[in-house]
Design a protein around this ligand. Structure first.
Ligand SMILES: [Zn+2]
Ligand SMILES: [Zn+2]
Length: 382
């Protein structure tokens, strides 16, 4: 086994995910980390293989059940492939059906399938979540080469029939260490049944080009960290083996939103939590204390702290939190009072406090040994 991370975590799915969800998530990760899209990036290749390992287990109900009950130990009697030593192309052939290929189907069957979904990330601030935000994403996708319309052949020429597979696109091969034989895409033409003899200069015969794309994305207010905005038809065209011109349409782009943590406000669902510094005098005598707001342009608000309020008390200000993603109804702002002790006293303050302290039945001496003895007694339980 090449990895020790939890398979559900690798595929970024819940433990209760359906087979379809597992498949979709794997397809998205495989596209994201595919070496074609990350040339020379060994980390991406490792992530690609890790995802394949997780998918092999979670897509098989028996192996998944064993993994759910016993973890990796449950898989000992059902060993999987060692994806680390496999070629990326072989992994693709293995899971061909989910990538829209036809190795799992009948010979020579060419079915139009929608293209791949892609995933990209965007960083937003907590304040963006409050109001929603229009932001830009930059990502690259393999797109249909415009010069040759995806055929891979130099304009004016045509691809010719593949001599290795006779045009069927499939060959029988000894699979994975010779343990069994399997029908896979023809390695010479990658399943297309045709080969390009006179290549298009722009895509070097591949029919696809890596294209950088910028898009404006509207992130709705109330979105949570890790949630995605889907941009329909902004993914990749179908694989060139199946649909050179990409006419069946592109997949979708999933823009996963990463919400930066805020130094002052903590988010709890649709509520916001903030520490509200108050002085001893404010707590003791009561005060109207303004509360900090996430959006400085918002109308001010305050809490009425009654006299005799304790440090750590909580005040809830309704409707000053984050808007619910679906309802639009704002959560609350939760202010936790935090007493601030002055680090310095001037002479007058000291004198006043001393006089105050004399009225209390408390000894004022930071090094009072009896205090530490009491703590020790409490800790040791004597
Ligand atoms: Zn081309
Ligand atoms: Zn061939």
């Amino acid at each position: 086994m090449g990895t020790t991370r939890c398979y559900y975590e690798i595929l970024n799915v819940e433990r209760t995910a359906t087979g379809d969800e597992v498949k979709r998530s794997y397809r998205r990760l495989a596209m994201k980390y595919h070496p074609d899209r990350n040339p020379g990036d060994t980390e991406a290749e490792a992530a690609f293989k890790e995802a394949a390992e997780a998918y092999e287990v979670l897509s098989d109900s028996e192996r998944r059940a064993a993994y759910d009950r016993f973890g990796r130990d449950g898989l000992r009697s059902r060993p999987g492939h060692d994806f680390r030593t496999m070629h990326v192309e072989d992994i693709f052939s293995m899971f061909n059906d989910i990538f829209g290929g036809n190795a799992g189907g009948g010979r020579g069957r060419r079915q139009a399938v929608r293209g791949y979904d892609l995933e990209t990330e965007v960083q937003i601030t907590l304040q963006d979540v409050l109001s929603g935000v229009e932001t830009e994403v930059i990502f690259s996708r393999l797109d249909v080469c415009e010069t040759c319309d995806g055929s891979g052949a130099r304009p004016g020429t045509m691809p010719s029939k593949c001599s290795t597979c006779g045009g069927g696109g499939q060959v029988e091969q000894a699979g994975l260490g010779g343990m069994f034989r399997m029908v896979t895409n023809c390695p010479a033409c990658k399943g297309r049944g045709t080969v390009v003899t006179d290549s298009c200069d722009d895509c070097r015969g591949r029919g696809r080009m890596s294209v950088e794309r910028r898009l404006s994305v509207r992130v709705p207010a109330g979105i949570h960290d890790g949630q995605a905005v889907r941009l329909q038809g902004e993914g990749e065209p179908p694989p060139v083996e199946v649909d050179p011109s990409g006419s069946a349409g592109r997949g979708d782009l999933h823009v996963v939103c990463r919400v930066e943590s805020h130094e002052q406000f903590e988010r709890d669902g649709d509520d916001l939590i903030v520490a509200l510094p108050v002085s001893f005098a404010q707590l003791a005598m009561g005060a109207k204390v303004p509360v900090p707001l996430l959006d400085p342009d918002e109308l001010e608000d305050h809490v009425d702290v009654p006299g005799g309020t304790q440090h750590g008390s909580i005040f809830r200000i309704e409707g000053r939190g984050i808007p619910g993603l679906r309802t639009g109804r704002r959560g609350d702002l939760i202010a936790v009072l935090q007493i601030i002790v002055p680090s310095k006293l001037d002479d007058e303050q000291r004198e006043l406090l001393e006089r105050y302290a004399e009225t209390e039945d408390i000894e004022i001496n930071a090094t009072n040994p009896s205090f530490w003895n009491r703590i020790k007694d409490a800790v040791t339980g004597r």
